[in-house]
Design a protein. Structure first.
Length: 311
């Protein structure tokens, strides 16, 4: 008997779950898992890594070493997570090049992932290229750690949260407070008058992180997401981090309360130590008995007319 076939066909005629139900069910699943958030990976559409982190106390300030304008004599400063993330928002606004893709086009992404086995071993670099349909109506193509696959078009009524369709992303607010609540309410009518509860902040962070993983966003949305992330309880500063080329950086990580699955923290977003420009992500990946230190960043992105076309 084919158990997988039975599983696929089980309750096949039932109506699809709403985005809100999917999101909350996913969060309950993560809460029930007895593993570190650093090792929890969700494969979504396309196959980009989205790890989960938890909720803790207010954003933490720390002392970091920052080079002066000449780069010759370092100085120490107390930098908060909010300062770094708001600086990242300012950089995102300054560097942003607004685009207006057509529904029949594709978002091309080139992502570099460097992995080193924990405990020593040969490092390996992957160059992953992906093509995602702007409106989800066409077949896409994705690569993750060298593994490739075609992604079917959206089925009628299918969607993701945070949304991946450009038209749905454009409807998200670029006011950070309203964006937080809109993401929190997961596709339902946002209740802008209701404060976010303590137990809702983990899913807010999860959705903000997922949104920021998108290589291209409508104008103003990335800076709004960085500013919204600055208000999330549990964001922590990690000094002395570096990017994949060894340049000095500052890490930002979401850390959960002791005893929660996220107590050891999630992936680390790395920002330039002077400008606060976002550089990329440090994470750990576990595959069987092996654990890898991982560094990833988006090397290129563009709007193209068809799959396999590069800018």
């Amino acid at each position: 008997m084919n158990d997988l076939k039975l599983l696929r066909e089980w309750d096949a005629d039932a109506p699809p779950l709403t985005d809100a139900v999917r999101a909350r069910a996913r969060l309950r699943l993560y809460r029930a898992m007895g593993t570190s958030a650093a090792s929890v990976t969700v494969t979504r559409r396309p196959l980009l890594r989205i790890a989960v982190a938890g909720v803790a106390a207010a954003a933490v300030a720390t002392t970091v070493v920052v080079a002066d304008n000449t780069g010759t004599s370092p100085r120490t400063e107390t930098v908060s997570a909010a300062t770094v993330l708001r600086g990242a928002a300012a950089q995102a606004r300054r560097l942003e090049k607004p685009i207006a893709p057509r529904d029949d086009q594709f978002i091309y992404t080139k992502e570099i992932i460097k992995e080193t086995p924990v405990g020593g071993g040969r490092s390996r670099t992957y160059v992953d290229e992906s093509w995602s349909s702007v409106d989800g109506s066409k077949k896409g193509y994705v690569s993750e750690l060298g593994r490739t696959q075609w992604v079917p078009p959206y089925r009628p009524g299918q969607s993701d949260w945070p949304p991946r369709r450009w038209s749905e992303q454009k409807r998200l607010p670029t006011d950070p407070d309203r964006l937080t609540i809109t993401l929190r309410d997961a596709g339902n009518k946002p209740d802008f008058g209701r404060p976010t509860r303590t137990d809702e902040w983990p899913i807010v962070h999860f959705f903000l992180y997922g949104l920021l993983r998108a290589p291209v966003l409508p104008e103003g949305l990335r800076s709004a997401a960085f500013e919204a992330l600055a208000t999330v309880p549990g964001i922590k500063v990690l000094p002395g981090r570096t990017d994949g080329d060894g340049r000095a950086g500052i890490g930002i990580q979401y850390v959960g309360k002791p005893g929660t699955p996220w107590a050891s923290g999630g992936p680390v977003m790395v920002f330039d130590a002077k400008t606060y420009q976002y550089l990329g992500m440090r994470n750990r990946r576990t595959a069987g008995a092996h654990t890898y230190e991982q560094w990833s960043y988006v090397a290129a992105h563009a709007v193209v007319d068809r799959v396999m076309r590069r800018p």
